[in-house]
Structure formats: C-alpha cells, structure tokens
Write a protein that binds this ligand. Structure first.
Ligand code: GTP
Length: 201
C-alpha cells in the first residue's frame, strides 16, 4: 500500500503558485476577482489555498486591474500579462508568470473557484512526476486545465502556440505528456463563478 501522505510530492521538486487574474469578467459584469463572497473577495480564496502549499505565488492580471490588486497589499507578487499577449486569455497569463518566475513546476489556479478544497491541491502535488509535463484533473469526464500543474518545459510550446494565435489549453495538452487524474467525482471544488447568479444565496 502507498503510505505517502497526500500533499507531499513523491519526488523532490520545486513549484510556484500562479493565480490567473486578468480576465474581463464580461459575464459577471464587474471585476469578479473583487466581488465579495461571505465578506471576502473572490481572489482571496485562491490565495489562501495556494499559500498553504506554495512558498511563492505570482498573481498575473491585466493592466486595468493591476493597481487594484497592488492596493490590497497582498503577500504575493502581482504582475501584468506580457504586453504582446495581453487580453489573450488564461494561457497568456500562465506564460507571463512562467516567464517572470523561473521554477520547475507551476501550480495554477483561477480567481473564481472559491469552493476549491485542499484535497484537490494535495492530490495534484502528490502526483507530481517529472516524466510528465502537466498534471490535470478530470472531473466526471471534464478536463480542468485551470486547476493544474504545469512543468516549465511547456513554456516554449506555450509561446509558440500564442504566437500562432492558439490560445486553447486543451489544444496545448493534446500535444503534451499529461498525467490526467481521472478518479475525481466531486465537482464542488471546481465550481467557478461566471455570472452573479453563480453566487450561492
Ligand atoms: N492573466 C490573465 N488571466 C486571464 C485572462 N483571461 C482570463 N483570465 C483568468 O482566467 C480565469 C478564467 O477566466 P474566464 O472566467 O474564462 O474569463 P473572464 O474573462 O474572467 O470572464 P468572461 O469575460 O465572462 O469570459 C479567471 O481567473 C480569469 O481572471 C488573461 O488574458 N490574462
């Protein structure tokens, strides 16, 4: 039986947290990162959970939200998407953070998953394996590439994709060595807030 504790990688690796926070919140109608759920801004849920596992976290946002994040005096590094790829979606955010901070692995989270649970992050970390380029949960058949681990070796491929206008994470993963975690059935941690109606009553 495998007695290794979850949340501890089987191999010795280093990883940095990336919070992608540069979306337009068009469906939400105002910057959803700052919308409050139970008195706390949405982004703070992602920071809290990553703080438990990552000694360094980069929050990557767009030029219009950067100041708002900086004013919060967060204990994370706040950066903007690389100019060339601004407004090009989550993949551009991941690339910008990978470019700013060099590490072996990156633990990515969006800002709109306030119900994320520690066991998900611990399972991902536990599955860290240098023979793969990404570790991605699949929840009831649906890939969750915004809650995943990416190896730095993917950085150049991400750049090539962005240069060719290929912004899809799914497309990136089809050509990468991915370890999919298919044993996850609980969808609750992955619920993401897109519309105001997505907030619980
Ligand atoms: N850094 C960065 N993050 C992004 C970008 N686009 C989306 N994100 C983040 O990716 C996650 C998922 O974004 P979505 O909910 O699909 O997009 P959104 O722009 O926030 O919302 P809509 O405008 O309603 O689609 C969120 O955490 C966003 O903040 C981007 O261009 N740069």
């Amino acid at each position: 039986m495998d007695m290794q504790a979850k949340g501890v990688p089987k191999v010795t690796v280093s990883y940095t947290g990336i919070i992608i926070a540069g979306g337009q919140s068009r469906r939400f109608g105002s910057p959803k990162a700052f919308a409050k759920l139970e008195g706390k801004p949405l982004y703070s849920y992602s920071i809290s959970i990553l703080n438990k596992y990552c000694s360094s976290i980069v929050l990557v946002t767009n030029s219009s939200l950067e100041q708002s994040f900086k004013q919060e005096n967060l204990a994370v590094q706040v950066i903007q998407d690389i100019k060339k790829y601004q407004g090009q979606g989550p993949l551009a955010g991941i690339f910008s953070a990978m470019t700013k901070v060099t590490d072996e692995w990156y633990m990515v989270l969006p800002i709109d998953v306030p119900f994320m649970q520690e066991w998900v992050i611990e399972e991902l970390i536990y599955q860290l394996d240098d023979s793969y380029e990404a570790i991605v949960p699949v929840v009831n058949g649906k890939k969750q590439p915004l809650v995943a681990l990416y190896h730095q070796s993917l950085r150049n491929r991400i750049e090539e994709n962005l240069q060719q206008g290929k912004r899809s994470l799914d497309q990136l993963l089809t050509n990468a060595k991915v370890k999919y975690l298919t044993n996850i059935e609980d969808e609750n941690p992955f619920i993401n807030i897109n519309h105001r109606e997505d907030f619980p009553e």
